[in-house]
Design a binder for this molecule. Sequence first.
Ligand code: SF4
Length: 313
Amino acid sequence: MSELKYLFGPAPSRRLGRSLGINIVPAKICSLDCLYCEAGRTKTTTMQRKPYYKADDILKEFRENFDKFDGLCDIVTVTGAGEPTLNSELGKIITGIKEFTNKPCAILTNTTTIHIKEVYESLLKFDIVVPSLDAVTENIFKAVNLPEDSIYIADIIAGLEKFSKEYKGKFFIEILFCKDINDSREHINHLIKVLENIKCSKVQLGTVHRPPAHSTARPVSDEFLLDITKIFIKHNIPAEVTGGFSSVYKSSASLNLLDLIPALLKMRPCTLLDMSGVFGKSESEIKKSIDYLICENKIKAEYYNSDTYYTTA
Ligand code: SF4
């Protein structure tokens, strides 16, 4: 497989299973600088929308390589190590994907651009929209997500409320808790009030699982996540805790792991177990490729929370 610029996968997703990822913005083109970001710090937050990567180029690579991923992935996910809705050709990209495949198509977004008509209309075309909403008050939003100056959480909440009432697909809201930052009981009460007005399929609660961009991002406990899930459910908010990626999937397909592993790690750090799950290969098989790639200085190991994560070198 020749080196791919936009496609990666199959990618492990806590929420969506095995997905073919399409990266539509360059790394860290983002409107936020979340404490917990797995892709490192955002040097300059931006709200500028541009064809950072051109729709025609992305769709050409997608059409030419889709077959190689078809049997390995359940879903196509538009994402990136940045905010995908900052690509001003988002509408053309989703239309092109849907013309080519019937697989469900998801987008992961921080929804800072949801007030922009063209973004709003493009999001409506996806089968699954996964917005993140870690904070609902301005001061906590600034503390956990470090937004670009023109962004207000009140505008995002208004956009989510309106969108959720019109949208017909699956709408999974993800909340990531960082210890001592957005986990106070007062903030949980504010979250409940906001979520009661947003119609969603599920609220997914998680915490810092992988090496974060800022060392101030620390995980909350599993007990905390379970308690909050119960409280949300009591308020009729459908909620669940998301854990690590798990899969019993086993593949006999011959895969070029020496190409697939670096492409996957470009997007996010992964453990051996993550990669075994998504590629459907035993840990020992994956480890052989990892050892080779480490010797070639293509990837490296990092330790976080008593786990070994692999990232690009
Ligand atoms: S987690 Fe997502 S929204 Fe937050 S800084 Fe990273 S890429 Fe941007």
